[in-house]
Design a binder for this molecule. Structure first.
Ligand code: COA
Length: 199
């Protein structure tokens, strides 16, 4: 099925203040809809992270934690309306944002959902005026596929590193040490500036 896109928020799709993104994509397991998360999705997003808890480097977040910044999230829904994947983009200082909590429900992994989420999250970031996207991952090869390159953590502003440390310390007991000692690669992608609109 051809992708359909509807951008919510003020102005047209290329407006820097546009905040939403919605599209339908075909996968080997059927059609998924990629859309901005709603407040009612917080528990399902938390559940997606939890179903991947065997991946000990993936940060866990409670539903209440997610609900505090649910507007960060893009979700993938299957034809039954169930959330099968998520990705968060948290806007930091100036035009810098973090890509985080990229996760796909195990039965849906390997059919392209993660890639579609990363691409949609990147587009949403560009539309909201983000010029540089960063992330910390133990799967750098995966993110290299989407244009990310390794950087030194010290290239990031201290406020951003502090937030990451706070996220680390909020991990459930038993995962904090793993989160502190995990072999995370910091990566970024320069999104450039959107072409200036004439109208
Ligand atoms: C990592 C994750 C998000 C990938 O999502 P996915 O939907 O399974 O991935 P996709 O189907 O979009 O994969 C696209 C491509 O990336 C490749 N790929 C998948 N995982 C990869 C990895 N760890 N390293 C390198 N490439 C990888 C796939 O083989 C596929 O290649 P192809 O297009 O040539 O066939 C998913 O496996 C997941 O949720 N893992 C647990 C949580 C996690 O680790 N998240 C990342 C946190 S930093």
């Amino acid at each position: 099925m051809a992708a359909v896109a509807a951008f919510r928020g003020p102005g047209c799709c290329a407006h820097p203040e546009a905040t939403g993104i919605r599209e339908e994509k075909e996968t080997l397991r059927g059609t998924i809809e990629i859309d901005s998360a709603r407040m009612s999705d917080a528990a399902a997003i938390s559940a997606i992270l939890l179903t991947n808890r065997a991946d000990r480097d993936l940060f866990q977040e409670s539903a209440s934690g997610i609900s505090r910044h649910v507007t960060d999230f893009i979700v993938a829904r299957n034809e039954a309306g169930d959330i099968v994947g998520c990705a968060g983009v948290h806007r930091g200082p100036s035009a810098l944002a973090q890509l985080y909590s990229v996760a796909v429900a195990p039965p849906w992994q390997g059919v392209g959902v993660g890639g579609k989420l990363v691409s949609a999250a990147t587009r949403a970031a560009i539309l909201s005026g983000v010029e540089r996207l960063w992330g910390a991952t133990v799967k750098p090869d995966y993110f290299t596929r989407y244009g990310f390159r390794p950087i030194s953590a010290w290239e990031l502003p201290s406020s951003v590193l502090l937030r990451q440390l706070r996220r680390t310390l909020r991990q459930p007991p038993g995962r904090i040490v793993l989160a502190l000692t995990g072999k995370y690669t910091f990566m970024d992608r320069d999104l450039g500036r959107l072409p200036k609109m004439d109208h």
